[in-house]
Design a protein around this ligand. Structure first.
Ligand SMILES: [Zn+2]
Length: 200
């Protein structure tokens, strides 16, 4: 595994958009210039933490910050998203945009904040991939889950966090919600920084 590039610019606090519970990024703030991400805008989103950037801001980070997200400091885990027009007027749900299991299907391919209780934890014997599951099911691949690849577990270890210890805890997770053709609904957190334990 290549050495982690260190961001040239260090931010002391999370970006203004970080705590936003919005189910998508319209109306969130670009953490670099502090301006709002507009509906219809083609933005760059960090896949690790869900933070969105104007294209120009991202180009600046690429040139001057080793391509590291200034919220979570990860590099090169990006996607381009055209922010939906409809989202600007979409009502935020009663939970302030924090999604539960039953809401997830309606928010595919969006940066979301999900909250739920971890039912089980499974490590693939073949690949070392960790599956942190929110559904009761004997099939380790079925149901919504967090997927942490073996090469990334070190980021949990560095912070003294055992992913297995999430079992029984209620977590709030920020990230891009995907529906993998084989593995189903998943968020791939790249760091424990995008996971917050709300209840143990
Ligand atoms: Zn990030």
């Amino acid at each position: 595994m290549p050495g982690k590039r260190r961001a040239a610019i260090q931010w002391e606090e999370a970006s203004p958009s970080a705590p936003s519970p919005a189910t998508n990024l319209v109306g969130c703030f670009d953490p670099l210039d502090g301006t709002v991400l507009e509906a219809g805008e083609r933005i760059v989103a960090c896949l690790a933490c869900g933070t969105g950037y104007h294209k120009t801001s991202w180009e600046f980070l690429a040139a001057h910050n080793a391509g590291a997200c200034c919220n979570c400091r990860h590099t090169s885990e990006l996607t381009y998203i055209v922010l939906g027009q409809e989202a600007a007027s979409a009502p935020v749900d009663a939970r302030g945009g924090v999604l539960k299991l039953e809401d997830l299907r309606n928010h595919l391919n969006k940066a979301v904040v999900f909250e739920g209780r971890v039912i089980s934890h499974h490590v693939s014997r073949a690949t070392g991939t960790h599956f942190i599951k929110f559904h009761q099911d004997s099939n380790p691949f079925k149901g919504f889950k967090l997927v942490v690849f073996a090469s990334e577990v070190v980021r949990w270890e560095q912070q003294g966090i055992d992913p297995a210890a999430y079992v029984g805890q209620t977590l709030q997770v920020r990230g891009l919600l995907k529906d993998h053709p084989r593995y189903g609904l998943e968020i791939l957190p790249k760091s424990p920084a995008s996971i917050r334990v709300v209840q143990t």
